[in-house]
Write a protein of this length. Structure first.
Length: 121
């Protein structure tokens, strides 16, 4: 089920985030769990505008974004793993270092939950 955000627009001026040329990237960053503050700084939008935009999106849409971002991250990790394996095959003396690097990258970060948001500790 796709959700059309434009059908539920309120009257008046369009929001700063909604009119931003990189809105898709902003939404993807928020869905990836990057803090609102960091996303706002990166895309040069007011933090409160971004907070209102993200909070105003329907839960179904945010859940779909989170799933899409997770799927994309998995695909990127497979690419990185394949690249590291190719390097290890070409340079056998680096296998131990590459295995250590892969292990470090794979380790989950410690998180603490604050309300509904998860923050890196």
């Amino acid at each position: 089920m796709s959700f059309d955000i434009s059908a539920h627009r309120k009257p008046g001026r369009r929001s700063i985030v909604g009119a931003h040329p990189q809105r898709d990237a902003i939404e993807a960053a928020c869905a990836a769990g990057i803090s609102i503050r960091r996303v706002a700084e990166r895309f040069e939008v007011p933090r409160m505008s971004l907070w209102r935009w993200w909070g105003g999106l329907p839960n179904e849409y945010r859940a779909a974004l989170r799933a899409a971002v997770a799927k994309q991250d998995d695909a990127r990790w497979r690419e990185v793993s394949a690249g590291l394996a190719a390097i290890a095959r070409r340079y056998p003396d680096t296998r131990a270092d590459i295995a250590d690097l892969t292990h470090r990258i794979c380790q989950p970060q410690a998180h603490r939950s604050v309300g509904e948001r998860t923050h890196a500790a």
